[in-house]
Design a protein around this ligand. Sequence first.
Ligand SMILES: [Fe+2]
Length: 40
Amino acid sequence: MTDNSNKKWQCIECGYIHEGPEPPDVCPECYAPKSAFFEV
Ligand SMILES: [Fe+2]
């Protein structure tokens, strides 16, 4: 069974890890845009 609903995304600017189906609109730590997140 595959569950893609809980991916992890890392902010390339500060290293913040976000868990969820997609990255946040802005990083809560450094305010980098969604485009600064890559999937880990
Ligand atoms: Fe960040």
